[in-house]
Design a protein around this ligand. Sequence first.
Ligand code: DQA
Length: 143
Amino acid sequence: MRILVIHGPNLNVLGSRETSVYGSRTLAEIDGLLQKRAGKYGVELEIFQSNSEGAIVDFIQAKSPTASGIIINPGALTHYGLSLRDALADASLPVIEVHLSNIYAREDFRRQSVIAPIARGQISGLGWQGYAAALDIMAAPEA
Ligand code: DQA
């Protein structure tokens, strides 16, 4: 089983970016923890980060035919990324949307997700462990 893990804009600077909101782990640390966890499940992860919506759409189009699911933190694209939403919908794979912060406890503009309606579910506010929970759910045989 291969799962795509996608990080959107500005997540490359985790570790120094608003640490009181997003935590102090770097993206490389989070990816390493996820790879380790995936290894326990015998699941292959393909991890991608971009600050560009088009590059993420290209990645989804190229990789979804051979994948079983998508875990994505779309960053700010969550709130307006309609071409990202269309690409995810067209992939016809289970999608779990992850946010490090609780998007419902912040500014008003963060409360709307254009991704959520086409996602299987959303995990918001649990820090990096939200990715781990998404992986557990996707990798579990019941999923
Ligand atoms: C985020 C929340 C978004 O509103 C924000 O633009 C991000 C990160 C999160 O993980 O909490 O870049 O997706």
